[in-house]
Design a protein around this ligand. Structure first.
Ligand SMILES: [Cu+2]
Length: 262
């Protein structure tokens, strides 16, 4: 892997796979060890430099490599709200489109690092399949500008649409063998609530973020963000369309922070 310029592998893997947990990001431990090791090499390289310029350059290479990959980790728990407002959503959906507060069901949060980060040159496709008359992923965080596929994996029609401000669209009725698979580009940040015109109980949220460093919590609120850049940032936990918690964090190369919300 690599060549993703400025984007952590962990976030990238999570992003690419639509936050599915099939593929775990690379563990940070080898890189942390590499960073420590690089410090030792630098010391060992600088001292005998006059004797061994090759050793020195080798040490410098390891230092550079260690710093590039040996990035920070943040993990912790977000206190999730109790399971929520399904009936309210259905009622209001009939009248107004989206409910007053859009929140994931079951409750889950998205933790992300806010900052001016380099965007990847190309963005991978994200997916929001429909199967067994439901969205397979009730909460999909993506980086702004991402294209999302909406494959129908049932033996019947679906008609996915959204009234949400950051992205209004209506895919119309489509079959499982529809070619090409319907897609939409999400080019404005915000909360997009998905519905199906045929199956009124179907709901999902796409959270469009302006950072490549994000992670959805598990249903217990646990999260772990790996391969973050060092620096001073705001770490945010999105709980619903009206609730985002935040904490300031100082991330150090190779360091690991524990941050709980609230
Ligand atoms: Cu449907």
């Amino acid at each position: 892997m690599g060549g993703m310029g400025g984007m952590g592998e962990g976030s990238w893997a999570a992003f690419f796979w639509g936050e599915r947990r099939l593929i775990r990001p690379l563990p940070d431990r080898p890189y942390t060890m590499l960073s420590l090791y690089s410090g030792v090499c630098l010391y060992g390289g600088v001292v005998p430099m006059k004797l061994s310029p090759i050793g020195f350059f080798l040490a410098m290479f390891v230092v550079v490599a260690g710093n590039a990959w040996g990035q920070a980790t943040v993990e912790g728990t977000v206190k999730l709200p109790k399971s929520s407002v399904t009936s309210v959503i259905n009622k209001r959906y009939d009248m107004n489109g989206d409910p007053a507060v859009v929140q994931p069901d079951p409750p889950q949060a998205v933790v992300y690092l806010e900052g001016n980060f380099a965007r990847p040159k190309t963005l991978p496709l994200a997916r929001m399949p429909q199967k067994h008359l439901a969205f397979t992923n009730p909460l999909l965080p993506i980086l702004v500008g991402t294209t999302v596929e909406f494959p129908n994996e049932d033996d019947t029609y679906h008609n996915i649409f959204s009234f949400s401000k950051p992205k209004r669209f209506d895919l119309g009725r489509y079959r499982p063998d529809e070619v090409p698979v319907p897609t939409q580009v999400f080019d404005k940040p915000g909360v997009v609530m998905l519905h199906c015109d045929i199956h009124a109980h179907m709901r999902a949220i796409i959270l469009v973020l302006e950072t490549p460093y994000f992670q959805k919590t598990d249903t217990q609120g646990g999260y772990r963000l790996e391969n973050l850049p060092a620096g001073h940032y705001r770490l945010k936990a999105w709980l619903d369309s009206k609730t985002t918690l935040e904490k300031e964090v100082d991330l150090k190369v190779g360091g690991k922070l524990h941050v709980d919300f609230p």
